[in-house]
Write a protein that binds this ligand. Structure first.
Ligand code: ZN
Length: 254
């Protein structure tokens, strides 16, 4: 979605957005991190949102997609109106759903700078929250999300050519280098401290990259292949972010 320059300068603007994060701010306010299609990540104050009688606070729940009216401010913009579009109630139904949704939102927050618009990433975020809420193959939905998020923020892993010798990989067990964001062939990676990537895992990762959700959701993975594929994507994410996301630790503990 393109926004005209004149519209960007408007003092008041409105947008759909997902609540990625929120924390208490001052006496009765909240500081909310939103992700919107046209304005990217927005940090905004919701004045009075912690007062019990306020109607706004219910529309500022984590993981909620809403419609917001904001006024530009010097440090933070201010949320003047909020209305819920999708509450995604099942995301809060149990700890593993909370953990997955928290990871999905935390990664957008960490990978995206304020003001960087990325409409395809917004679309992926909303669809992923919808899939998790519908309990639509949630494990595979998370893998699909990780794979496509990496591509949309510019870190799509190279799964075809060895980062060292440049050869196309033959169908066999190989390695993955998080520093290179790339596979390394069995010969070149032999003496290096790399993550191993078995042929079944490599096939799953390529399938996630290449296929759309309707085919991916039918993927049936054995637990070991799932764990290894997820572990590899998580290791790459943790390397890029320079530490493991908080919600990954949470997910491991629930
Ligand atoms: Zn090689």
């Amino acid at each position: 979605m393109r926004v005209a320059v004149s519209e960007r300068r408007l003092r008041v603007y409105r947008t759909d957005a997902v609540v990625l994060n929120r924390r208490d701010w001052g006496e009765a306010d909240r500081l909310v991190t939103l992700f919107s299609p046209a304005y990217g990540k927005i940090r905004a104050v919701a004045p009075g949102a912690r007062k019990p009688q306020t109607r706004k606070s219910g529309h500022l729940e984590l993981f909620t997609r809403g419609h917001f009216v904001l006024a530009r401010g010097r440090t933070f913009d201010k949320i003047t109106q909020a209305e819920t579009l999708d509450y995604f109630p099942n995301l809060r139904a149990n700890l593993s759903s909370v953990g997955r949704a928290a990871l999905v939102c935390e990664l957008v927050d960490r990978f995206v700078e304020e003001g960087d618009e990325n409409p395809p990433l917004y679309d992926l975020l909303v669809r992923t929250l919808g899939r998790l809420n519908a309990n639509d193959a949630p494990d595979v939905a998370l893998l699909f999300y990780l794979s496509h998020l990496l591509a949309l923020v510019g870190y799509q892993p190279n799964l075809f050519r060895c980062a060292v010798c440049g050869q196309l990989l033959r169908p066999a067990d190989h390695f993955f280098s998080v520093e290179e964001g790339s596979v390394v062939c069995a010969t070149c990676g032999d003496a290096l401290p790399l993550h191993s990537v078995s042929l079944p895992v490599l096939k799953v990762l390529r399938f996630l990259q290449a296929e759309a959700w309707p085919r991916v959701r039918r993927l049936r993975l054995d637990t070991d292949t799932y764990r290894r594929a997820e572990g590899l994507l998580q290791a790459y994410v943790a390397y890029l972010l320079e530490r493991e996301p908080r919600s990954v630790r949470f997910l491991r503990e629930v």
